[in-house]
Each structure stands twice: as C-alpha cells, then as structure tokens.
Write a protein that binds this ligand. Structure first.
Ligand code: PLP
Length: 391
C-alpha cells in the first residue's frame, strides 16, 4: 500500500484538483513548483529557523502519568498546544508564507473555523508585512471571539461568511471566491490537508514535523521510535496528517483518527465524515463528504469549530478506505468530559478539538505495556466560554 500522493495528486481513489478555470494558472504553478521551492536549501533553512526561534519547536513530548494510570497504558501528549499562537496551525502558515514570498505574492487570504488558522495566518502576515484577509463564518465569529480579536490586533481584516451554516465550509467558499477574483497578486493559505492538489500534500509535508519530532523523542525516552498507537482528531486532517506522516509505512503503529460526532452520529447534527460521508467533490478535491442523495452538502455540527466541517482531506479518505487508519468519533459531551478530565489530571486545558482525540482513550483497550501518543493539537483558551457553560 502506498500512502503518498501520486503525480496527479491522488491518494488511492481520492484527491485531484477540481477547480474553476480562473484558478488553473495559480494551481498549476503550485503543482509544478511546490516541491522545488520548499526543498530549496535556503527555504529549508528559513523554515527550520522560524520553527525553532519563532514557533518554539521542538514541542515537548510529555509523559502524562496520571492519565496513563487511569487508562492502563503509557500515554504521551505531543504538545502542539505549546506552539506560538496555541495550535499546530502555525507550522503550515510558516511554510506557506515563505512560499508566498517566493511566488512574489503581496496579498494573503485564508479561511478559518476555530480562528486558530486565521490567527496563525495573521501572525505570519504581520511577521512578513503582507496584507491579510481572513474569511470566517458568522457563527464561528460569535463562538471564538478571542481569536477574532487577536486577528484584528495582528492587522488582519476579518470578513464574515454569512451563507449556509455560517461556519468553516462557508468561509472556505468565500476564500475561494476571493481567489478567483484576485488570481494574480494573492496566495490562498489553506489551513488543512484539503483543497486541490498540491495543497493536501504540501500542508501534510509542513505538518510532518510533528511525527518527525515524535519519532526522535520517543526513541530517546523509550528506546523505540514507534509507539503502538498515534491518536489525533480530524477536522480537515492536518494535525492528524502531521502526526501520522512518518508512521504511515510502519504497519505496527496503529493510526487512530477521531472525528466529531456532534450530538451523535445518527442525530442529524454531526461532523463524522467517514461514518456519514460518500465520495464527492468539495473545495477542489475528491474525498468523502457528507451529502444528500442528490449531492448537496449536508450542514455539519460540532461543538468545536475546528472540527465543524463536512469533509476530510483525501489522504484520510484513503487511510479510511484502505483500512490503514481506524476512524472513531466522540460526541460534544464526550469531548467536554475529556477536556475537564485532562485539566484536572494533568493541569493542561486542551482545545475542544484536541479533547475529541483524548476521548478515544475511552474507546480503546490497552495492554499494560502499550505506548500511546495523543496529538494535543491546541490549547483551550479560545474555548473557555464554552467550558464555563459546562462547569
Ligand atoms: C483547526 C484545528 C483542528 C482541526 O484541524 P485539522 O486540520 O484537522 O488538524 C484541530 N485542533 C485544533 C486545536 C485546531 O485549531
């Protein structure tokens, strides 16, 4: 089995580049040049320097002893919550802003759900002195107010998306519309492993620093670079892609992806794409997608804005279809319970998204010497309003 993208941008049956003609030159330029650009010596130096001195990498791999005792396994947390701006998203925006510079782009657009990708994009735009416009669903603007304030303070313009469910999918539609209207001077920094080829592969490569570090750190701590399990939540799938990346060909490492079940898989208010989705095309690639019988996108629901998306990246659709990945889900209530549990057991308040990954521990059965790495994709400051309502 092969888990890397082929030259047409496909992972198995999923991927590709389904784009309006107006965007063809932009996407083609990216397809033809992204690997050359990002693996140039100076690019790599600039990327790693910024990850170290600006983002704060490597992030720690923390042995969560009280959590381990509770679940009967050795559980490590990969602390992406300690990245500058509070989540893994900045790994990707650092890479893409360096790419935009090399492409000579002056204007940056982005979509955001929880606001973490918007903040990470506004941050690197400030760092590089580039104009930044962030599209965000009106519902998300209301439930992630602290991140909206951060983006504004960083100098970005936040534009509300008012169509559909007024969440991440709709913000992405608006960003694509902007790019169609401004194809020459604008680079679109997509925030997850979604979108037309080469975005899913490019974003996965920028995020793969997560698993690169996990391997080194685990080897140092346990004498074995490979854990039994790597667990991550999946919205579009970028923190999971980064956490899985260097384990994809290590069959003994089980890859556990956790989707948001919202109010329950069968409630009609869910975002569990692999459970509810069928193959379809959204935002430029073929993947699994929650849709009606006649192909209209079903509005998703999750308490966590970062997972409130009706699709998943094509890599994850392939991991699901091929059986390489195990896909499970956590409801809103279950994620909340895990967020409170981690806070009390380890003194770490996780993002609501990451809390979905943590809940997977309840659905797994461990042997005593199992080693589990959970990707703690972000911190919970942005979710305090939601947490307070459930205290
Ligand atoms: C955006 C976000 C996610 C979901 O996005 P992926 O691309 O699936 O990683 C998960 N956790 C946090 C903290 C986020 O900000």
């Amino acid at each position: 089995m092969n888990y890397t993208v082929n030259e047409h941008g496909y992972y198995g049956n999923f991927g590709g580049a389904f784009i309006p003609e107006m965007l063809f030159p932009n996407v083609q330029t990216l397809q033809e040049n992204y690997l050359k650009i990002i693996y140039a010596e100076q690019f790599q130096k600039d990327f790693w320097d910024l990850l170290r001195d600006y983002v704060g990498r490597p992030t720690p791999l923390f042995l969560a002893e009280r959590l381990s005792a509770k679940y009967g396994a050795t559980i490590y947390l990969k602390r992406e919550d300690l990245c500058h701006t509070g989540a893994h998203k900045i790994n990707n925006t650092i890479g893409q802003i360096l790419l935009a510079e090399r492409l000579g782009k002056k204007r940056i657009i982005a979509e955001t759900g929880a606001g973490q990708h918007g903040v990470a994009t506004a941050t690197v735009c400030a760092l590089k002195g580039l104009e930044c416009i962030v599209y965000m669903g009106e519902v998300d603007i209301a439930r992630q107010a602290p991140n909206v304030a951060r983006m504004k303070m960083l100098g970005a313009t936040v534009v509300p998306a008012t169509s559909g469910s007024k969440t991440l999918k709709d913000a992405t539609n608006e960003a694509i519309r902007d790019w169609i209207n401004n194809p020459v001077d604008t680079h679109y920094i997509i925030g997850s492993v979604v979108g037309p080829h080469p975005y899913p592969d490019m974003v996965a490569r920028f995020q793969s620093v997560i698993s690169e570090e996990i391997k080194k750190q685990l080897l140092e701590k346990t004498g074995n670079a490979n854990p039994g399990y790597v667990v991550a939540c999946v919205g579009g799938g970028s923190n999971a892609a980064g956490a899985f990346y260097h384990f994809l060909d290590d069959a003994e490492v089980k890859l556990i992806a956790v989707e948001a079940a919202g109010c329950g898989i069968d409630s009609g208010m869910s975002a569990a794409t692999t459970q509810l989705g069928k193959p379809g095309i959204l935002h430029g690639s073929k993947s699994l997608l929650m849709q009606t019988a006649d192909g209209q996108v079903v509005e998703p629901h999750s308490i966590s804005a970062g997972l409130d998306y009706p699709g998943i990246g094509p890599l994850h659709a392939h991991l699901y279809e091929s059986g390489r990945g195990t896909f499970i889900s956590a409801t809103d209530e279950e994620a909340l319970s895990s967020a409170f549990e981690l806070s009390k057991l380890e003194g770490i308040i996780p993002a609501l998204e990451s809390a979905h990954a943590l809940f997977a521990l309840n659905k797994m059965t461990f042997k005593k010497d199992d080693v589990v790495v959970v990707c703690l994709s972000g911190r919970g400051d942005k979710d305090l309003d939601t947490y307070m309502k459930h205290l």
